[in-house]
Write a protein that binds this ligand. Structure first.
Ligand SMILES: Cc1cc2nc3c(=O)[nH]c(=O)nc-3n(C[C@H](O)[C@H](O)[C@H](O)COP(=O)(O)OP(=O)(O)OC[C@H]3O[C@@H](n4cnc5c(N)ncnc54)[C@H](O)[C@@H]3O)c2cc1C
Length: 426
């Protein structure tokens, strides 16, 4: 039977455990208990600071326990486009930092003994047309030459070693992109944060950050005030009107996933022989992967394609799955769920300071690597140590014209991208 709950929560329901009283004074307040907020909190607490993290809902129940678990660390701008837009040095630095951030993720999970089904089975990105494949080959060669990466090009006749689907015209394969069980990773992060002395308050909204040092919260239906020395805002696509300034700069887009019913092992191993993860070179790309136990396939895409109607979106995603793998026509879907991803105008992750408050946002749907990485960078800014350096520390993102919190333009933008994919035969 179809259930609206993240598939992941059956193994690792986000749970905080014992609650603590809100303290009216602390060194640092962090808003948002996801990968970003907790990663910052751990560093700060370990450096001796008193840290309180507030989440409007359940800790982790934002995007951080329900994502696809693909450790892409992608940037929306390709390397060449990034070098053209930001200059050679900065463009390269964005990508080099991605390499370091991916490695840091692996080391952190190992060092903290976080059992999150971390695997490196390769990420295949498929080309929807022969022309796209040629462009992909050029981009992969350029990246390998500039960064020393080892992106493999898979011709169409060889792609069946990775994927049992014929819809792609070849693709690229990256061995440095792994996968996790996102909710197990979140549980591990939570455990490390609590052990480090971080105090986390759920169901507590931060309703005002009018001054840098005074935070207003709504807790148990009563308003409280907290004095602190620093604030980090890590609200991703879940920001609300309590920060209208930020809201004008970050657009939330709903991303929905489906998980199939159980598939027989011989079919799964035919469709995904290396049990890697998958994406596509198109504007409205789908992302998919096997569940960590190899019994199901999970696929995601943008909800807005179906006018934010969950039933329509599930049908659309199921049709997408069948387009890729016609063998799954009869398999059916057991779980679906959705969350918010956050886009800024330049579609790049951003760390910035405004009026003494530190903000981290804009991972554009690729936050499993960037959120822990930039969360830690935010902490290092407060700790003022040399680890704070990052090329993502930039000016605040520009406000989006005529946008005040309701992304009225999204259906048009998505329709436009859909049209382009259609025109290009993708
Ligand atoms: C369906 C889906 C699939 C995805 N798949 C992938 C993937 O495969 N790979 C990848 O790299 N990325 C993926 N992402 C993106 C990734 O999950 C996010 O970028 C990442 O989890 C962001 O972490 P975060 O800590 O910044 O935000 P979140 O985990 O979203 O946390 C933000 C928190 O802020 C809280 N909050 C907001 N306002 C307030 C307030 N005023 N007071 C208190 N609390 C507040 C919210 O309640 C929320 O819990 C996916 C996202 C979704 C939704």
């Amino acid at each position: 039977m179809l259930q609206e709950i993240p598939y992941w929560w059956h193994d690792a329901l986000p749970t905080l455990g014992a609650r603590k009283a809100v303290e009216s004074n602390c060194d640092v307040v962090i808003i948002g208990a996801g990968y970003t907020g907790l990663s910052a909190a751990i560093e700060l607490a370990r450096s001796g600071k008193s840290v309180q993290v507030f989440d409007r809902g359940i800790a982790g129940a934002g995007a951080s326990s329900m994502n696809g678990g693909i450790l892409s660390g992608n940037l929306r701008l390709g390397l060449k486009a990034s070098m053209d837009a930001y200059g050679e040095e900065v463009g390269l630095a964005f990508y080099n930092e991605g390499i370091v951030a991916r490695e840091a993720f692996r080391e952190f999970a190992k060092l903290e003994a976080i059992d999150c089904d971390l695997k490196y089975n390769g990420r295949f990105t498929g080309a929807m047309t022969a022309k796209d494949f040629e462009a992909m080959k050029r981009a992969a060669t350029f990246e390998n030459d500039a960064l020393g990466t080892n992106i493999r090009i898979l011709e169409r006749i060889n792609q069946n070693e990775i994927i049992g689907s014929n819809i792609y015209h070849g693709g690229i394969l990256r061995d440095d992109i792994g996968s996790i069980h996102p909710a197990k990773f979140f549980q591990g992060l939570l455990r490390v944060a609590i052990d480090a002395g971080v105090i986390i308050h759920e169901n507590t909204s931060v309703t005002d950050i009018s001054g840098q040092f005074l935070i207003q919260i709504l807790h148990n239906r009563s308003i409280g005030k907290i004095k602190c020395k620093n604030v980090i805002v890590a609200t991703n696509g879940y920001g609300d009107n309590s920060n209208g300034w930020l809201r004008r700069r970050v657009v939330p887009i709903t991303s929905r996933m489906i998980a199939t019913n159980i598939i027989s092992p011989d079919i799964i191993s035919k469709l995904m022989p290396k049990m890697g993860t998958f994406g596509e070179a198109r504007y409205l790309a789908r992302y998919y992967r096997p569940s960590p136990d190899g019994t199901r396939i999970l696929l995601g895409g943008r909800d807005v394609l179906a006018g934010n109607n969950p039933n329509g979106a599930v049908k659309k995603l199921t049709d997408n799955l069948i387009t890729i793998f016609p063998e799954l026509r009869e398999i059916g879907v057991q779980y679906h769920w959705s969350g918010q991803v956050a886009f800024t105008r330049d579609e790049m992750p951003s760390l910035f300071e405004k009026n003494g408050i530190i903000y981290v946002c804009g991972y554009c749907g690729s936050g499993t690597i960037w959120a822990p990485w930039l969360g830690r960078k935010a902490a290092h800014m407060i700790m003022e140590n040399k680890k704070k350096y990052t090329v993502f520390l930039r000016q605040p993102p520009k406000a989006i014209p005529m946008y005040y919190g309701w992304p009225w333009f999204l259906p048009f933008v998505i329709a436009w991208f859909g049209l382009w994919d259609w025109i290009k035969g993708r």
